[in-house]
Design a protein around this ligand. Structure first.
Ligand code: MN
Ligand code: MN
Length: 479
């Protein structure tokens, strides 16, 4: 092959040595533990804050290592570099949210002797993937006295799980002829929570209500509850276990997510399967890059910014379209170098929008354009532009910036690939890149490829995990 041609490298061949293999396995083990534990935005931000606090980061913006969480769902962390902020920040952006099922505000219902929770899906799910599988509940309920209650149920051994019952094939004749869109009705995605009724004697005031019960509840409420004895029993259990009443559910954030741990996949255990890898894989890798093996002070100030709500358009106070990022940088400027303008910092900053890319699906190769599709195991994937159809809503990275990044990875011997998401006009998608490109900084999408993206069991390659962590480290550390 001519040296003029570029051939992407398979990372397994690049990292075949004993030391690299050990590092790959160690990183994968840490990642699997992270993915198992972090199934919501809040759990992810908690993990990030815990790791950074341990490394000496704090909310005191007067120090060189700052950590600014927002509503427990978004966070910005920065470490001061040797050079002034005016020379730009090296930023990695990623998102903490993943497609899942949220509880509705009035979730509890009882029908046909089954107690259920009604859901409203969040983000781009394929509805059929969520039926007949074990689900866990994760979230937070806040009482009207301000007390916040963390709810996680269905993950530990001995804890019950939850599920959405699917239609039996015997009665699915009509459904079989419907389109996927018609066949799976969001209003039938109700989670089975139980089916045992509350017995009258259990509901007797005085008999059941101990000092934890709310004394003001009258026998009239009990009578009403008994119209729905299964729901009444669910409320009893929720109260006993978490101290919450039905009204607390109205304002709660409860998510149904696939139950159980992330797992190694394949005879060779070369893959990782689990929920929420889009985009927690990049949260994890960016954090690793910041914390592992970097010199105490790099040339540029380094920052990680993790946002919520990417899957539904980056809206809201914790999404990438919010002013949070701006507030944080203004804060740093005020404390570190008050004379520098925000615009000056932005125009000289470099960003990576760290998000996953679609790997070529071995069963659907025809939906990808082979020459411009990512492959599992070929390292972090740059996506020069995102968007759909005629590149609408794209961030289109500048050649000067991509060349700088290519040079950086090439000199470090880190494999990378360049791809776009599917064939032109087959679909497409966007990331948070465009929201930060607006500030005038250089930014490009880059991240590992994923199979089964947005499913309850997404697949990534261990070796892509490793190569991407090295790439992020190289980027944060670059001159
Ligand atoms: Mn994503
Ligand atoms: Mn996504």
């Amino acid at each position: 092959m001519s040296s003029l041609e570029y051939t992407p490298k398979n990372c397994w061949e690049v990292y075949a040595s004993g030391k690299d293999i050990r590092d790959i396995e160690n990183l994968a083990a840490r990642y699997i533990a992270f993915l198992t534990r972090c199934k919501t935005e809040r759990e992810t931000v908690d993990y990030v804050c815990g790791a950074l606090r341990e490394a000496g980061f704090s909310s005191d913006t007067g120090t060189d290592k700052i950590l600014l969480p927002l509503q427990g769902k978004a966070v910005l962390a920065a470490r001061r570099g040797r050079q002034p902020l005016a020379r730009g920040i090296h930023l990695i952006f990623a998102h903490t949210d993943s497609p899942r099922l949220d509880f509705k505000q009035h979730p509890l219902q009882e029908q046909s002797s089954v107690g259920q929770a009604k859901t409203h899906y969040y983000g781009g799910i394929r509805k059929y993937q969520w039926f007949a599988r074990p689900l866990a509940l994760h979230g937070v309920a806040v009482k009207d006295n301000g007390e916040s209650v963390r709810i996680v149920l269905g993950e530990e051994a001995g804890e019950p799980v939850f599920t959405i019952a699917d239609l039996l094939p015997h009665l699915a004749g009509k459904q079989m002829d419907q389109s996927l869109r018609e066949a799976f009705d969001a209003e039938k995605m109700n989670i089975v929570l139980g089916h045992r009724p509350l017995f009258k004697e259990e509901a007797e005031p005085g008999k059941k209500r101990g000092k934890n019960g709310s004394g003001k509840e009258s026998s009239k409420d009990d009578k009403d509850e008994m119209k729905s004895p299964i729901k009444a029993n669910l409320l009893r259990i929720l109260h006993e276990r978490f101290g919450v009443v039905e009204e607390d559910l109205y304002s709660a954030e409860l998510q149904a997510v696939p139950a159980g741990p992330a797992l190694e996949v394949g005879l060779d255990a070369s893959l990782i399967g689990g929920f929420g890898q889009d985009d927690r894989i990049n949260v994890f890798l960016a954090l690793e890059a910041m914390l592992q093996g970097l010199p105490e002070q790099a040339a540029h100030t380094q920052a990680l910014a993790f946002f919520d709500k990417e899957e539904i358009g980056s809206e809201g106070s914790t999404g990438a379209k919010s002013r949070f990022f701006e507030y944080c940088v203004q804060d740093m400027l005020r404390r570190w170098e008050a004379e520098t303008l925000f615009a000056e910092v932005m125009l000289s900053s470099r960003g990576i929008s760290a998000d996953v890319h679609a790997a070529t699906d071995p069963d659907w190769p025809d939906l990808h354009e082979k020459l411009n599709a990512a492959l599992l195991g070929y390292g972090p994937c740059f996506c020069k532009f995102t968007g759909s159809r005629g590149k609408y809503e794209a961030n289109d990275a500048h050649p000067e910036y991509i060349a700088w990044l290519r040079g950086l990875l090439n000199r470090a011997g880190i494999p990378w690939q360049m791809a776009e998401l599917g064939k032109v006009d087959q679909g497409g998608g966007g990331t948070v890149a465009m929201h930060f490109a607006r500030y005038g900084m250089n930014i490009i999408d880059c991240g590992p490829a994923v199979l089964s993206m947005h499913s309850p069991f997404e697949l990534t390659s261990k070796v892509d995990l490793y190569a991407t962590s090295l790439a992020f480290r190289e980027f944060l550390n670059a001159e």
